[in-house]
Write a protein that binds this ligand. Structure first.
Ligand code: AMP
Ligand code: ZN
Length: 113
């Protein structure tokens, strides 16, 4: 098991976990690019967005819902925030375990990519 996020799920690599349930966990990004930078991941090792089936739509819906809740808890809901899922090499995905970034706490770039 050489996936860093699977190791975080298993508790073998320490992280600041802010939320967890049966399906997913959320923790602070180790290299934040904004005052709030959280990562939301499924416990299951799904390599990328491109590997999701229609049947897994509830999972991504749940990820968005928890991100919204965490944005409120982090105090960035009113100011605004951004959810990002990088997919594949050209999409900028470095860790091959599906994850959603929650970014906020400052004015984010107007450019997307
Ligand atoms: P991406 O480029 O979309 O694959 O994002 C991967 C993110 O995971 C980056 O923002 C990294 O800083 C973050 N990351 C990598 N390793 C860890 C870790 N051990 N704990 C928390 N965040 C991590
Ligand atoms: Zn994994």
């Amino acid at each position: 098991m050489d996936c860093i996020f699977c190791q975080i799920v298993a508790g073998k690599v320490p992280s600041e976990i802010l939320y967890q349930d049966e399906e997913l966990i959320a923790f602070r990004d180790i290299n934040p690019i904004a005052p709030t930078h959280l990562v939301i991941i499924p416990r299951e090792h799904i390599p990328s967005l491109a590997d999701l089936s229609e049947a897994q739509s509830p999972l991504t819906g749940h990820m968005v819902n928890i991100a919204n809740q965490l944005a409120k808890r982090e105090g960035i809901a009113e100011g605004g925030y951004r959810l990002v899922i990088n997919c594949g090499e050209e999409g900028g995905q470095a860790v091959p375990h599906l994850h959603m970034h929650l970014l906020g706490g400052r004015k984010l770039s107007d450019k997307l990519g």
